[in-house]
Design a protein around this ligand. Structure first.
Ligand SMILES: [Zn+2]
Length: 247
């Protein structure tokens, strides 16, 4: 597990900027020098067709790049949450009040096939095993179930130096790729969107553990930057959907 919090990883405090890989290419205006009107019209028509072709190709390419992702239809309403708070203890729920929440941090369990319940029980058991300090505010399971372990106004041990001002979400995954199931993904989008609305945040305030410490967590979203951007877009759409419904 990679959830150590407290003061242990202070050395890795460099915050990496989120890389944006979308390129915006401008189209150069073609000059209309020379030739009659007919020729110009013909050229414009050709340029138009070329532009359409390029745009269509770009859209198809984008769709192909994202073909491994899910497009779920959720809003930012409160998801069903199974509240199973951990016992207050020094290893997973210190009972310390958070500062104002300024971000949501996404993690993966790094334990393929493990369930939300197993991860919650592991966190709670740390008070006895004392093997490490770890926890998270929420866990999203393989079937999309959501368990809350630590209140949002209390610190969890998940995101190192951002523990004090963020809410953390651990996400279960079926295999070593770290990719989430569609059910998990849908719940994660909704939970994240709901938390954003609750704390007055936007999708731009949603970060990966990687963005805090450079750790390969959540693995799939560190290795697939486009999928990470798509996830954040979906969170933004869910927030938008609820805002529109409420106005
Ligand atoms: Zn993590």
């Amino acid at each position: 597990m990679d959830l150590r919090g407290k003061n242990r990883n202070r050395r890795n405090s460099g915050r990496r900027p989120v890389r944006k890989n979308g390129s915006e290419s401008g189209y150069r205006k073609t000059g209309n020098r020379g030739g009659g009107h007919g020729r110009i019209r013909g050229r414009n028509a050709k340029a138009g067709i070329l532009l359409l072709t390029v745009l269509t190709a770009a859209l198809i390419l984008r769709a192909c790049l994202w073909s491994g992702e899910y497009h779920v239809d959720v809003d930012a309403s409160e998801p069903e949450i199974d509240v199973q708070l951990l016992d207050v203890n020094p290893y997973s729920r210190p009972g310390i009040q958070s500062d104002g929440i300024t971000g949501i941090v996404i993690h993966y369990t790094a334990n393929p096939g493990s369930t939300a319940q197993e991860n919650r029980d592991y966190f709670n058991g740390l008070q006895y095993s004392q093997e490490t300090s770890a926890s998270s505010n929420f866990i999203v399971g393989l079937d999309g179930e959501v368990i809350q372990c630590v209140p949002t106004w209390e610190i969890a041990y998940a995101s190192n130096e951002r523990n004090h001002d963020t809410v953390s979400i651990e996400v279960c995954h079926p295999d070593a790729t770290g990719k989430f199931t569609e059910d998990t993904y849908g719940s994660l989008v909704q939970l994240t969107a709901w938390l954003c609305v609750k704390f007055g945040l936007s999708q731009d305030d949603v970060i990966r553990h990687y963005d805090v410490t450079g750790k390969n967590c959540p693995k799939y979203y560190v290795e697939h930057e486009d999928a990470w951007e798509a996830f954040k877009d979906q969170v933004g759409q869910a927030i938008q959907k609820t805002a529109e419904a409420g106005s």
